[in-house]
Design a protein around this ligand. Structure first.
Ligand SMILES: Nc1ncnc2c1ncn2[C@@H]1O[C@H](COP(=O)(O)OP(=O)(O)OP(=O)(O)O)[C@@H](O)[C@H]1O
Ligand SMILES: [Mg+2]
Length: 579
């Protein structure tokens, strides 16, 4: 029976056999709630739905199970709320506003899927073994896994069309028989087991030049995108969802404004996968929690997303999860903690904020799955610190555990330099791990090349300080050259328009070719300067014009541009002779 209600937090007595994290149906409406604290005589429940109509004295009934996700074919293309309720179906049933206590299956239980067995009677199987597959969408084969905790000998397995609740196989275990269905459940707050984690030595290729070249994230890695209001967090996350070479995308829209989410929900399903031309939703799962949805569901949303993402990783896929924004998630945590009357830590956040953030990012990794396959889960979280000041607790706790930092910068955004990722403050701790991959798969000269050009950008910042003091004209020609080349790197390489069809994605070889052209431009100009040609002569030259065009041409035409660029390079020194 409910004895006290404080927003999303409810106290109750007489709940049967209460355990931490048990899901309880709260009130006569049967709202979903989770036990978050146990006292001798009462329990404290965090409710995932709007509690305004709840009354003291109403019942609270234990379901004896933790908050879990249902895992089966049909997840891809779905849009869920933070506790895996299908938003579209709920809206169909209860109108635009989500009715409370509606009990809707997250997945279609009537749909029949063609199950293709990949194991036969008599086979020994262990937990996580793949026993068959289903064509879930035109892009993804769904592997049916033996649930964790079950192993034994297959007694029977059937080919045919089944619903997710039909028995497709029977496994004889030590304890008896287990009926296997295509649907299994997993408690969201617990990470799914793996055999081992591999070193993060393969990049997640994103097609975003500043990221892939200078601040790469590994498959199975972690990255944070902190940035002030309007600096490009969402556009960057969307570009990653659209272009990165992950097989599966889980996008958690967390507490963003309703209209922003609606825009995303209406635009994403229309997008096509650039590689296959098929709808992007065929490999995507959206979890949406706008700021007007209950805070507790928002708190749960990143775990729901992580559990689903791990499930696809366990099939041997490369999965990327984007959370936008983890600050809104942390605010939900803070609100709930306040309701629980916990001792507040820094800026009102609970003292366990950083361990929760660390636990979340620990779920990332490139792993050997229980079935022996290799899969990965990459976690990329946007952080929106108030006023853009990253010294606050959420940004700090995040930066302590994530290994890539993409620093979005308001002044760059104001100057319309997009993506407004600050090249001097950002970093990737995967650079060393990924060096071999780039040198083997792109070019042997990859690392020195990018280091040299990053050096030019760093030097530019120093020269700019000198300019402040003495003015441009007083600079040595070599310093003017630095500024000249840095401008080319910034404008023709770092800046990338997410809304231009060709510019939105740059293959890694093309990134190399543009960079290499810039380096050769630099060498030619340097030689010319040694020959007493002033840097002012390099304005508007053909070679630069060719570099500027490279990002806007398709890969198959790039060679022609590079050739024309080569021809134009000669012109730089020829200027001297013409005098
Ligand atoms: N790569 C890009 N190419 C072109 N324009 C961009 C790019 N990134 C950001 N922009 C521009 O900046 C605007 C704001 O970006 P975005 O909505 O991603 O910011 P945000 O950091 O998510 O903001 P908020 O804090 O409000 O959520 C976009 O609407 C777009 O006009
Ligand atoms: Mg945003």
């Amino acid at each position: 029976m409910i004895t006290r209600i404080s927003g999303a937090v409810v106290e109750a007595i007489d709940v049967d056999k209460p355990k931490m994290n048990d899901i309880v149906r709260v009130g006569d409406a049967g709202l979903i709630g989770e036990i978050v604290r146990l006292h001798e005589d009462k329990v404290v429940i965090q409710v995932y739905e709007d509690t305004t109509d709840l009354r003291v004295g109403e019942k609270a009934v234990n379901t004896y199970a933790p908050l879990s996700v249902k895992l089966a074919p049909g997840l891809l293309g779905s849009i869920f709320d933070g506790v895996q309720r299908p938003l579209e179906k709920i809206m169909e049933e209860s109108g635009d506003f989500i009715q409370k206590g509606v009990n809707v299956d997250p997945l279609d239980t009537g749909k029949r899927w063609k199950f293709n067995p990949k194991a036969k009677a008599g086979d020994e199987v262990g937990q996580g073994s793949i026993i068959g597959d289903v064509d879930e969408t035109s892009l993804v084969k769904h592997k049916v896994l033996v649930p964790v905790g079950i192993s034994g000998t297959i007694e029977s397995i059937e080919e045919g069309e089944f619903t997710i609740n039909d028995t497709i196989a029977v496994i004889k275990t030590e304890k008896g028989k287990s009926e296997i269905k295509m649907m299994q459940e997993w408690p969201v707050r617990k990470s799914r087991p793996v055999v081992e984690k591999f070193p993060p030595n393969i990049p997640l290729i994103t097609g975003q030049r500043v990221l892939d070249t200078f601040f790469p994230v590994a498959k199975g890695g972690t990255a944070a995108i902190p940035g002030p209001f309007g600096s490009g967090k969402t556009v960057t996350q969307n570009a990653l969802a659209k272009w990165s070479d992950a097989d599966i995308i889980v996008y958690v829209g967390c507490g963003e404004r309703g209209n922003e989410m609606t825009e995303m929900l209406s635009s994403l399903p229309k997008l096509k996968d650039p590689k296959s031309g098929k709808p992007l939703m065929n490999r995507t799962i959206l979890i949406a929690n706008t700021s007007n949805m209950p805070v507790a569901a928002r708190e749960a949303s990143i775990y729901t997303g992580a559990a689903i993402a791990e499930y696809y990783r366990d099939m041997g896929y490369n999965v990327a999860l984007m959370a936008d924004s983890t600050s809104r998630w942390a605010e939900a945590l803070r609100e709930l903690s306040g309701r629980l009357e916990e001792m507040p830590g820094e800026e009102g956040y609970p003292a366990y904020l950083s361990s929760k953030i660390a636990e979340f990012y620990e779920r990332a990794g490139r792993v050997k799955t229980l079935s022996g396959k290799t899969g990965s889960l990459t976690l990329i979280g946007a952080v929106s610190p108030p006023g853009g000041d990253i010294s606050e607790p959420v940004a700090q706790s995040t930066l302590r555990v994530t290994r890539v930092f993409w620093a979005l910068d308001a002044s760059l955004a104001n100057a319309r330099h997009f993506p407004s990722i600050n090249w001097l403050n950002s970093y990737s701790l995967y650079e060393e791990d990924l060096k071999d991959w780039y040198e083997t798969n792109v070019n042997k000269g990859w690392s020195p090349l990018k280091m040299e050009l990053m050096g030019v950008l760093a030097r530019e910042a120093e020269v700019n300080e000198v300019v402040q003091l003495v003015g441009y004209d007083a600079l040595a020609e070599s310093d003017k050259l630095t500024l000249d080349i840095a401008k080319v790197i910034r404008e023709d390489f770092l800046q990338q328009n997410a809304f231009d069809d060709i510019d939105a994605f740059t293959s890694i070889t093309k990134q190399y070719n543009i960079l290499n052209s810039i380096k050769r431009l630099m060498e030619a100009e340097r030689k010319a300067v040694e020959n007493q040609i002033p840097v002012s002569r390099f304005q508007g030259i053909k070679a630069k014009e060719m570099i500027a065009k490279m990002k806007l041409v398709t890969d198959d035409r790039l060679d022609d541009y590079v050739k024309e660029f080569d021809g134009a390079l000669g012109e730089i020194n020829a200027k001297k002779e013409a005098e």
